[in-house]
Design a protein around this ligand. Structure first.
Ligand code: GLP
Length: 258
């Protein structure tokens, strides 16, 4: 794992967009794993502004609320269309978000796993982190080998995501479909972005603490090709910052991003 600490949230989002852009340029038929949440909004704005060719790319989103139609502005499908897909030249039918309205959710999660497999797996998975350490909607105690499935959201997650539901946690759905931790770990590369002081404590536990099902994001420690991009605030509780900074300033692979 490599940790890059940028001066502010905007610079962290820029670096994340640059990393994605580099992979799209290197492999025009890249299979992207995408995340939602407030943190990613700046990344998608910047990515769209780069005017890359996404015409051969395919994408798979991490998760979707159950019972929220794709046309509803609270759905992650709508989030992705508005913030990214409608602004780039990706073919909409090549963008995939789990269908939280599917009559048979068991069949839907199996279909989603199969689609990822048929696409040849995910090349680059973008991740945020919830304040309880979730990636996707893998809430505490999600099995580290879990696959795409239905998951109940914690009251804390519903409170954190209330902003997108007019500030009312009761309006946030109680359940979601999410890629599993095991599904996420199969991506060939992972980039996790976290910004802001609210993420500092959980981020430090996830990357410098023990691997635990209590903190799903800690599973990225198992991944051989994983980058964590932070701003100063989100990096606030890390103990080895000097080392991470030294690596970023000196290792050749970061030269283009310094
Ligand atoms: C949501 C999403 C996650 C995201 C997280 C952080 O619950 N399911 O994929 O990483 O929240 O969101 P934010 O960036 O708004 O803090």
């Amino acid at each position: 794992m490599e940790i890059v600490i940028k001066s502010n949230a905007d610079a962290a989002a820029t670096l994340t967009a640059q990393l994605i852009a580099a992979r799209v340029r290197a492999k025009p038929d890249l299979v992207l794993g995408l995340a939602t949440g407030r943190t990613m909004e700046a990344v998608y704005t910047k990515l769209a502004a780069l005017e890359l060719d996404f015409s051969r790319c395919r994408s798979f989103n991490l998760d979707e609320y159950i019972g929220v139609p794709p046309t509803d502005k609270h759905s992650y499908r709508c989030y992705m269309d508005e913030r990214l897909f409608d602004k780039i030249n990706i073919v909409k039918t090549n963008t995939h978000v789990p269908d939280g309205m599917a009559p048979d959710l068991g069949a839907e999660v199996a279909r989603y796993e199969l689609l990822i497999k048929e696409a040849g797996g995910i090349d680059l998975q973008l991740l945020g982190i919830g304040e309880d350490g979730h990636i996707g909607f893998n809430e505490p105690l999600s099995a580290l080998m879990s696959r795409t499935r239905e998951k109940a959201l914690t009251p804390a997650t519903r409170r954190q995501n209330a902003g997108m539901f007019g500030g009312d946690p009761d309006r946030v759905p109680k359940r979601a479909l999410t890629m599993g931790v095991g599904t996420i770990l199969e991506a060939r590369e992972i980039v996790l972005l976290a910004t802001g002081p609210d993420k500092a404590a959980i981020l430090a536990k996830a990357v410098e603490g023990s691997i635990s099902a209590m903190i799903s994001a800690s599973a990225i420690q198992l991944h051989p090709r994983c980058k964590v991009v932070l701003d100063q605030d989100a990096a606030g509780a890390l103990t080895q910052r000097d080392y991470y900074d030294w690596v970023f300033q000196n290792e050749p692979e970061w030269q283009a991003y310094r």
